[in-house]
Ligand binder design. Structure first.
Ligand code: HEM
Length: 482
């Protein structure tokens, strides 16, 4: 905890008007969109407004705006204290806000509003989320052996690629690994043995792109900015462009996830709705999430350098040796490995935006002030600012591998928000926290364990891509001391 000030606000804070303005109808939102994507850039957009209003809570428009979103006006919450209002489903409505102020056509999901778009007050949310949690619990025993098998292929492929080309794009191989793991987990079948062949991850990529295009910039030369803005951010891209790929994915899941769909029927969900939800869970929630998380993890750990690599390798190898293998109990003893994973999730949260609509008039607090929110206001949290809040985390912009080690470190876990909830809280059928929370943390630890069982160190080059970071592995140094 930063010693300079407290992270829990006093209840005596003065109530202030929310600073900021939305500008003229249509034009204000259009200007904010250009500022956000092309003129200032994402982080600078928020930094500039925090500085201008001297407040981490302010009014702004969020992209995409016209003509995609009927109302782009939001109240932004950008610090660790105000942000968690978004987790309180008694205060905010989470209906259709997964992607923000716009809602992609249900034609991307077989005509269904899938679980992640439902508010917990909708009965379907309870049954679908309970079904997911039950499926995940039933597959629990398979997480470690299956992901280790997939990782083994990943590292063989990476080594081959480096031998051939002198470097390897980690993202491409990581995407395939995630897809293979998820399909095999839910369908008990290697995806290459289905009609999808090895194209499953690419089909999901296209499907994700068409839904998330309103939030994406391709980083093209300036002269093309307005054209890109018109094509990606003004009208929804039609789902028909990905219909045949989606149908292939759906068919593969439908044909091979029989036991999972049987389970859905026990929760009163018909097989078709369950399967569209399963495709969304696997492709959007899980594949989409790991698509950004794994490269970010590799980027930050790679950049941290040899000293941290040595410490991780020492911890991982000695615990695995003492425990006689890679088990849940072994993973639990790896305090540094655990901390490094939390630190990656803190410094670059894979899903950076959260939204919720105020269910009633309320007062929210930042570190310094209280603000009145009106019923119906859209609250928007930009998570990287909340989890890099300098009033909570020392050196918030630095990747500190040991940050969450020890009693003091563990106290900070409640400020890690990547799962749409605190790291110290658990997902339930009544909240909107990610039901894959424990699985994601487990997979990330396994990624580091397999990496440092095989290699002493590695080097990486990183850059920004559409949905996060890209990591190119430049070298892998084989383990010398196992
Ligand atoms: C790195 C990987 C992942 C990340 C970063 C992630 C993140 C999130 C976030 C932020 C939300 C809340 C979205 C919102 O309402 O604002 C969410 C919801 C959800 N996630 Fe994850 N997730 C990941 C992996 C998974 C996995 C592996 C599964 C299941 C196998 C999963 C299933 C879900 C589902 C079903 C929801 C909707 C929950 C609800 O409606 O209550 N996610 N996830």
């Amino acid at each position: 905890m930063s010693s300079s000030s407290s992270s829990s606000p006093s209840s005596e804070l003065p109530v202030k008007p929310i600073p900021g303005d939305y500008g003229l109808p249509f034009l204000g939102a259009f200007k904010d969109r250009l500022d956000y994507f092309y003129i200032e850039g994402r982080d600078q957009f928020f930094h500039n407004r925090v500085a201008k209003y001297n407040s981490t809570v302010f009014k702004t428009n969020m992209p995409p705006g016209p003509f995609m979103a009927s109302n782009p006006r939001v109240v932004a919450v950008l610090d660790a204290v105000s942000f968690p209002v978004l987790f309180d489903t008694s205060k905010v409505e989470k209906r259709n806000v997964l992607d923000g102020t716009f809602f992609p056509s249900v034609n991307f999901t077989g005509g269904y509003r899938v679980c992640a778009y439902l508010d917990p007050s909708e009965p379907n949310h309870t049954s679908l989320k309970s079904f997911f949690m039950s499926v995940l619990a039933s597959k629990h025993h398979n997480f470690i052996p299956l992901f280790r098998t997939c990782l083994s292929d990943l590292f063989i492929d990476l080594e081959d690629e480096i031998a051939k080309n002198g470097e390897a794009n980690f993202n491409t191989f990581s995407d395939q690994t995630s897809f293979n793991f998820l399909f095999r987990l839910f369908c008990d079948k290697n995806p290459v043995d289905t009609k999808m062949g090895s194209k499953g991850s690419k089909m999901f990529d296209k499907w994700l792109f068409l839904q998330l295009a309103p939030l994406i910039t391709l980083g093209l030369p300036k002269i093309l900015n307005l054209l890109e803005d018109f094509l990606l951010h003004t009208f929804p891209l039609p789902s028909v462009l990905v219909k045949s790929d989606y149908n292939k994915l759906y068919e593969a899941f439908y044909n091979f996830s029989g036991s999972v769909l049987d389970e859905a029927e026990k929760f009163g969900i018909n097989r078709e709705e369950a399967c569209h939800n399963l495709v969304f869970l696997a492709g959007f929630n899980a594949y989409g999430g790991t698509k950004t998380l794994f490269p970010a993890l590799i980027k930050w750990v790679g950049r941290a350098g040899e000293k941290l690599h040595r410490q991780l390798a020492d911890e991982i190898r000695s615990v695995v040796k003492a425990e006689g293998g890679v088990t849940l109990s072994a993973l639990d003893q790896m305090v540094l490995t655990k901390s490094v994973v939390y630190e990656a999730l803190r410094i670059e949260p894979p899903v950076p935006f959260q939204y919720g609509k105020a269910k009633a008039d309320m007062v929210i607090q930042s570190h310094d002030a209280a603000f009145e929110i009106k019923k119906g206001d859209m609250i928007f949290g930009y998570q990287p600012f909340a989890t890099k809040d300098p009033r909570v985390f020392d050196s918030p912009e630095d990747f500190v591998g040991h940050r969450f080690v020890g009693e003091q470190g563990e106290k900070l876990l409640k400020y890690v928000y990547w799962s749409n909830g605190r790291e110290t809280d658990d997902p339930t059928a009544e909240n909107k926290q990610c039901p894959g929370k424990d699985l994601v943390v487990l997979l990330s630890r396994l990624m580091l364990v397999e990496l440092f069982l095989r290699y002493d160190t590695f080097t990486v080059e990183a850059r920004r891509v559409l949905l996060g970071s890209s990591a190119t592995i430049k070298s892998l140094t084989k383990a010398t001391n196992i």
